[in-house]
Design a protein around this ligand. Structure first.
Ligand code: ADP
Ligand code: MG
Length: 232
């Protein structure tokens, strides 16, 4: 198992073109997430939270600064190498589970592993195990429309874990859910972060869940405060 820090952002600045000038979405951001650590990212709308996750996910290259994933500086990697790094090391969970409508829950997980070129039988066993972890073993053969919003988000979480990532990036996972289901999803993210020893960064507008996290960092106008320890 790797002992490198799963995720480090060092002095990361991200500028988007904006008319004749630029919008600074991230302004010299520093963030480190360790294995088994759940970091909450809070802050007003437009402050740069999603930009931070996209940059950490290597979906967007920073204008300046470094993004290190599992110790590897991503700046020197070609797009093809970044895609491989993302597939092998990063799990991404966005607000709306982007599930394929014609596939059952277990198939959603298997196809993600198929893309990694893994053995189909092993993938099926791992998928079944992960659906069990997220409390959905009874829903394994259901299609997305047969599942509730909370159950779909559980499939999403299980799918993100299929490739044994070192980093989980989660953007407002509870935005579409009621209070009870939101609490259950954040509780599950807490559990899998510990159990799978991943470094999780979770954007949340709901400060109520901060006690379940290890640290909370606040974004404001593209700047990030140093993470402070949370109650959990
Ligand atoms: P948050 O997730 O905290 O609401 P975002 O990261 O989405 O914030 O946005 C941060 C800033 O970057 C905002 O000013 C937003 O308008 C701008 N922004 C985000 N995405 C883009 C984009 N693809 N192109 C141009 N500007 C963007
Ligand atoms: Mg956002």
């Amino acid at each position: 198992m790797s002992t490198s820090t799963p995720l480090s952002l060092v002095d990361v600045t991200l500028e988007y073109p904006d008319g004749s000038g630029t919008t600074t979405a991230l302004d010299r951001v520093n963030l480190t997430a360790r294995a088994g650590q759940l970091v909450a990212l809070v802050g007003p709308s437009g402050s740069g939270k999603s930009s931070l996750l996209a940059t950490a996910a290597t979906l967007v290259r920073p204008t300046r600064g470094q993004v290190l994933v599992d110790g590897a500086d991503t700046a020197g990697l070609k797009d093809r190498e970044l895609t491989a790094l993302r597939r092998d090391k990063v799990g991404i969970i966005f607000q709306q589970p982007n599930l394929l409508p014609s596939l059952t829950a277990v198939e959603q997980l298997i196809i993600s592993d198929h893309l990694r070129g893994k053995n189909a039988k092993a993938a099926r066993a791992r998928a079944a195990g992960l659906l069990d972890v997220v409390g959905l073993s009874a829903g394994a053969d259901k299609l997305p429309h047969q599942l509730s919003g909370g159950q779909r988000q559980r499939v999403n979480i299980a799918r993100a874990l299929m490739g044994s990532p070192r980093v989980l990036l989660v953007d407002e996972p509870t935005a579409a859910l009621d209070h009870e289901r939101s609490a259950a999803i954040v509780g599950l993210l807490r559990e899998v972060t510990t159990e799978f020893n991943v470094a999780t960064v979770m954007v949340t507008h709901d400060t109520e869940f901060v006690p379940l996290t290890d640290a909370v960092a606040t974004m404001r106008d593209g700047r990030l405060t140093a993470p402070v320890l949370a109650g959990g």
